[in-house]
Structures are given as C-alpha cells and as structure tokens.
Design a protein around this ligand. Sequence first.
Ligand SMILES: *Cc1c(COP(=O)(O)O)cnc(C)c1O
Length: 478
Amino acid sequence: MNQLTYRLEPNDAERLVVQQAIENYIQSFLTQLPSLPAFVDTPDKGAGLLESPISENPIPIDQALALLKKEVDEPGINSASGGHLGYIPGGGLYYSGLGDYLAAATNKYAGIFFSAPGAVRMENQLLRWMAGLIGFPENAAGNLTSGGSIASLIALATARDAQNITSRLIPDAVVYTTAHAHHCLDKALRIAGLGECPVRYIPMDEQYRMQPEALSEAITQDKAAGLTPWLIIASAGTTDVGAIDPLQAIAAIAREHSLWYHVDAAYGGFFALATSGKSRLAGIELADSVVMDPHKGLFIPYGSGAVLIKNQKQAAETHHYQAHYMQDALSAIEEASPADLSPELSKHFRGLRLWLPLKLHGVAAFREALEEKLTLARYAYAQLQQLPGFETPVEPELSVVIFRYVPQQEAMDTNAFNQKLIKAVQADGRVFLSSTMLEDRFMLRMAILSFRTHQPTIDLALTILQEKAKELELNWEA
Ligand SMILES: *Cc1c(COP(=O)(O)O)cnc(C)c1O
C-alpha cells in the first residue's frame, strides 16, 4: 500500500536519471537547432501521440521523450528557430525554461502576498520595471498574465468599470480603433460583455496608422448624435505591418473627451528598451492601460503577457477578490496581490521565468538584441527594394517587413502568384514566413523578433524568396 502512495515521489537516484535524460534531450535539440527546419508539414500532424493513450501503467522517460520528439516537437512551426519569421515570432530563452523549472519544483503559490511575499514582490518588481520602461508611474497596477489576450481582457474590463459602462449604456457606448487592431481586443470586448458596443474603425494613413483628425471627427459626431464615446484602442506595433499609431495626438483627444485610452503594445512595447524604438513609442506614457508581451519582445517562452493600468484603484475595483476562507490573506496588504488584479486566483509563478534571464543576462543584452531586430528589418527592407520584382509598400517602423512579388507577365495574377509563393516558401521550410491582406492585395510578411534571428537568416530568406519566385514564373500554370 505504502509503496503505491509513495510512487509519486521519486528518490534522489530516480530523479537524476529522468532529469539527465531531459537535459540530454534539450542539449541535443539546442545543438541541432540551427540546422533544423523552421516548418515541417508531416502527413499525420502528431496524430501518432494518440496511439499511446493515457493509461494506468507508466512508461520509461526515453519512450516519453521519443514520443515528444516525433509527435510534438517536429511537426508544425519550430517556434524556437531563428528561421521563424512568421506572425509575431516568440523566443524561448533557455534560462527562462530553468526559471519555470524552479517555479514548478518549488511550487510557490504566487497569487497572494500572504502565501508568497517574496514571489509577489518579485512579480511586482518586474511590473514596476516595465512601468518605468514606458514612463508609467511606480504605483501603476500591473499583472503578469499568460499572454496579451488575457492582459487585454483585464485592461478592457477595468476600462468598462472606470467609465461606468453599465448594461443599459452598452448599445450606445462607442469604441474607437482601426481595422488593424489585434482581433484579441474584439474578443476581449465580447468576453467583457461589451460585444454590443458600436465600434468605429478610424481610417488609417498610407503607413497604416490611425488618423487623429478622423478620430476627433468621429467622436464629435457620435456625441452630437447622443451616443457615449468611452474607449480608444491604439496600437503600438500592429501585427500586420508593425505600425505605431500617433500615440501623443490620440492621447490629447482621449483627454479632451475623457475617454479611456488603451494602447496595445503586445508586440511593440519592449522596443522601448532600444534607443531607436523608445522615441517611436513616445506618448505611450499617456495611456490609461498598456499591454505588452514578454513572450514577444523579451524572448521569453510562450505564456508571458503583461498589463499595466495607471490607476491602481480602478484595476483593483474590477478584479478584487474576497472570500471568508481568505481572511488570513487579506490582512497582509503590503504589496498588491496578483489575484486582486486578475481573473486568476491560483496561478503559475510567472515572475521567475522573467526574473532569471533578466538577472543572468542583464538588461543590456536584451537592449542589444532588440536594436539588432530593428536593424535587420531595415536591412531586409533595403534589400527587398533592390531586388527586381519585389514591392515594399510600407517602410518598417519596427521589425515587420511587408512585401509582395509582382510578376512580369500580365497573365499572372499578382494575388494568386503571391499565394503560391508563400506556399512554396513554407513547403521549403528552411525559414517560415506568413502572409496578410492589405486592402485587396495579398502580401507576404517577414516578422523579425526571435533572439536567434541574425543577418544570415535574413539573407537565406531573401535567397529562398528569389529562388521560389523565379521557379514559379518559369513553371506558371494559371
Ligand atoms: C500577439 C498580439 C496580441 C495577442 O497577444 P497573445 O499573447 O497572443 O495573447 C495582441 N496584440 C498584438 C499587437 C499582438 O501582436
């Protein structure tokens, strides 16, 4: 009997065997990574995993790792690869993984100050550091979330309550943004019960940035019509083209009309660490709430977003948590508890996956890596401008480069050609690029944000693009 109940606690020797096997696996993954493809489209797409059902009986670690390698790590996008240049690439810092290991093995309960004062202090220290990066006050509220989507939900729910948008008002409570705002904001509005708010998509300039004059006009018109404007959502780095809306001008309009000003900096926010990025983000400090994703611009593995809300009281009003069984915890309020600023109660101790790499590498290393991404984007843009046939309609503000190939022969439909081009690049797999639409133009995107992406990766991507475009032109069948 005892033996069965104790089986969940491996002894020292058993622990080391499994740990060593996992460490060997990771070492070999990281050593091979530069030569691994960035995208693999396997026929069964990991379905082999299901042949090993969850069962009563254990399997050895080697068998578990073999399943993981073949069915999980190989198929799909290799998001640890520097060749991942699609969507918004993530990172996967090794020390962050070790931070997760520490957090999980010690299993600190980081939701409440009373139970883990040091862990909560660490998370709040990280959030204060982020607040400092974007010019927010030290006493701003903040929460480390699983990603930008939950961070956005926290921000918009707070905005709703701070602006007193009660159910009766919702059909007339107008939201202002652009067609390039991330879809997670639309989702957050719906989850927060605000799906019936009218949304005005403000026209953008030729660089896909919100036009402040048009915003101002729309608000004035809505007010004259008896509606209740309440929220402006601006982007500091759109996913499509990496554009930054004119943050200062929009802030002035938000203030003039007393609207909540939310800035989605999930992708662009950490460029505040780079000198050339910081000046572009000027005005972000005027927002009421900001979202930024450490799993993007800080190269942390997936599962790390952050929200900052300037007025701590407003954030706490929406999210505070009380229960009789929590009465011991409520007496200690030296530091704000994550549970009071988030829909979550029990949660992963996310601070450690950020703190460890920041401490072990130092912030300067992050600054340099982010400068490099901005330089690489300018480099890719300049190269594409030189290459015959390629068209680059938007100068990159951050690290997304958008382009397409315009074939010489008129018989070739440009959109159809670029659809085939992206398929060919993805099938090749040495790098992974994605696509989007700009109005009715099918565009290719190169999003440069992995800490493992350096100039040779960009050169390789450009070579592959030219090769594939040429092949398609030679073998075109409409
Ligand atoms: C990635 C992204 C989001 C959503 O964040 P998740 O971390 O994927 O939930 C929101 N806005 C922008 C601009 C993004 O790039």
